[in-house]
Design a protein. Sequence first.
Length: 101
Amino acid sequence: MSTMPLPARISELGAHEVNRARIVVLHAPREAPQEQTAWSLSLVDIGGRVMARDHLTAPDCPHPLTDIVRPYLDLIGRAVDGEWISDLDADGEVRHRARLC
């Protein structure tokens, strides 16, 4: 039985992987102490493959989503391009997605 390798952390991506990342996704929200939300933050390629994943804690929404992900994207020289799309994933959980430039 083979197991899928865990995605790298965003700071561990090489230049090739950074260039392939097309979408940033904030997903799997969980309650955290002090009126905050714990999120999973994923970078995804055009084919939908998760290339990197980190976990972060941020103030409850409506905190600007771009401000939440900016420190992680700054590490790899990328930024959010345009508006965020908010919907539900296959498990019915909130997710927020945006293109990267």
